[in-house]
Design a protein around this ligand. Structure first.
Ligand SMILES: [Zn+2]
Length: 505
């Protein structure tokens, strides 16, 4: 026989597609031709596969070899096809009977010495194979734990092409994924460690309960980073589907910790202000790497010293935050990744970053306005909660009272989110932050005039914009939800105004 076929999986964005690797060997001048929309990495597979086959003690067929990857219309990225290509051409040359690989998807990159190397994105690849009805997969040993996370698939690992050949030929054993230990307790920074910061803690709880983007303005040492890092600890743990999605994105980025467990805690990403646009939104050649905004999907994207980020980086965040997805245009088609992160911005009130805060700052008012002005416009427009934090007082640091733990706060957050989800179910939405202004302003949700008098006065006097009006109302709903009340009252609107304007600090 001079023809063979092996199953593999290709990724486009976060979506896997079953790919058939066909090898046809014909008499003629020795050559290897690859067709089916391959990228550079795949063209280089020719040389890797040849070296690996020869160095594994197999005979290289000196014939004209045509490799075809189907469906031909699907763009193929990366090096995960190497292993399937190697066994397909050994099968086609008659060296290897491929019956044991019938219905098995084979993934892995080959080293020149015949070693099988881990690849990025194994989790979404195996998930796609499972969805397409494949029940057995063979993956690089280094990816076996990650692949085993997918239910309903038998996973086996290989460390060398030699081992795979021995399995196919003689039924020699493959490597089993590591045993599934009980999951470690979810740990991370806890709100119990934060002293003082009444306003900051309140803002964090509201952000978690309503899904609001949050801006923290305050001098260095006011605890902005401490608070932001603890937002994931009061968000609900990720449900199965969300956990699989988040873990898949980290798999594609090659950032899954060894042991390959589902990520259950909402992720936290804090790119530095010198970060490039592509590290924030994603990019790179071959299989595009998700950026910080996708790695923070269903978690928190924290921009510390936000006005210091490049204008291009801040601008690049705008659309993904609006759409919840990021589209990376590429030379061949586009990759799309989820990007539904909750944004937390932190900023000093002025460029001098005086730790004593506003009291000692000598920057002229224009310089201060211009500094925060870098954030204004499209990005700041999407942020419901903007609070001013004061520098920590010595008395707060010396407090000996115990502070509420994250677990306690998380309990209130879950209850508030459930109330909001029930209320907005008929709009098909769950979080207060997602409710469009027109819906907030119409019955049955419109608040009575007596409760919004101050808000309307501010709107009339021009001290509050129409968008600002809607944001205060959204926040007031979250305040009521956290308090277990069916509707916001005048006091809730008052607190929301104070949090928006910094008057409450
Ligand atoms: Zn200053």
């Amino acid at each position: 026989m001079s023809y063979a076929r092996v199953l593999c999986v290709g990724l486009v964005g976060v979506t896997g597609h079953l790919v058939e690797v066909e090898a046809d060997l014909a008499p003629g001048l020795p050559a290897v031709v690859i067709s089916g929309l391959p990228d550079t990495a795949l063209h280089e597979a020719r040389d890797r596969v040849r070296a690996a086959v020869v160095n594994s003690g197999q005979r290289w067929p000196n014939r004209r070899i045509t490799l075809n990857l189907l469906p031909a219309t699907l763009p193929k990225f990366g090096s995960a096809f190497d292993l399937a290509i190697a066994v397909a051409l050994l099968g086609g040359s008659g060296e290897l009977p491929l019956l044991p690989l019938d219905g098995v998807a084979v993934l892995g990159e080959l080293g020149l010495d015949g070693a099988v190397r881990p690849v990025r994105g194994v989790l979404p690849m195996v998930a796609a194979a499972a969805q397409a009805g494949v029940r057995r997969v063979i993956v690089p040993a280094g990816n076996a734990a990650e692949a085993a996370v997918v239910p309903g698939v038998l996973v086996r690992g290989v460390d060398t092409l030699h081992r795979l050949v021995a399995f196919v030929r003689d039924g020699a054993p493959l490597i089993e994924p590591p045993a599934d230990d009980p999951p470690p307790a979810v740990t991370g920074p806890d709100l119990a460690e934060v002293a003082g910061q009444g306003v900051g803690r309140r803002a964090l709880e509201l952000a978690a309960a309503g899904g609001h983007h949050l801006a923290l303005i305050g001098p260095p040492g006011a605890g902005k980073t401490m608070l932001a890092e603890r937002l994931p600890s009061i968000l609900p743990q990720l449900e199965d589907d969300a956990a699989l999605e988040v873990t898949a994105l980290h798999s594609i980025a090659g950032l899954l910790p060894a042991g390959g467990r589902l990520i259950r805690r909402p992720p936290f990403q804090a790119p530095h202000h010198t970060a490039t646009v592509s590290s924030i939104v994603g990019g790179g050649s071959g299989l595009a790497r998700p950026g910080a905004i996708s790695l923070a999907h269903r978690g928190v994207l924290f921009l510390d010293e936000a006005p210091e980020f490049s204008k291009a980086a801040l601008e690049a965040l705008r659309q993904p935050l609006e759409r919840g997805r990021v589209l990376l245009s590429r030379s061949r088609g586009a990759a799309e990744y989820p990007a539904g992160a909750q944004l937390v911005l932190a900023a000093n009130p002025c460029p001098c970053a005086n730790p004593a805060g506003d009291d000692r700052c000598e920057c002229p008012p224009l310089a201060r306005r211009r500094y925060l002005g870098r954030l204004s416009g499209p990005l700041l427009d999407r942020i419901d909660l903007r609070v001013r934090l004061q520098p920590m007082r010595a008395a707060e640091l010396m407090e000996t009272t115990t502070h509420e733990s994250s677990a306690l706060v998380a309990g209130r957050v879950v209850a508030a989110r459930q109330a909001a989800a029930r209320r907005w179910a008929e709009l098909g939405r769950r979080l207060n932050a997602e409710i469009p202004g027109p819906d907030l302003r119409r019955l049955p949700w419109r608040l009575p005039g007596r409760d919004t008098a101050e808000l309307r006065a501010r709107l009339d006097s021009g001290s509050l914009s129409a968008r600002g009006f809607d944001r205060v109302i959204r926040l007031a709903w979250t305040i009521a939800d956290l308090d277990g009340r069916a509707r916001p009252e005048k006091e809730d609107v008052g607190e929301a105004i104070a949090l928006r304007t910094g008057e409450g600090t």
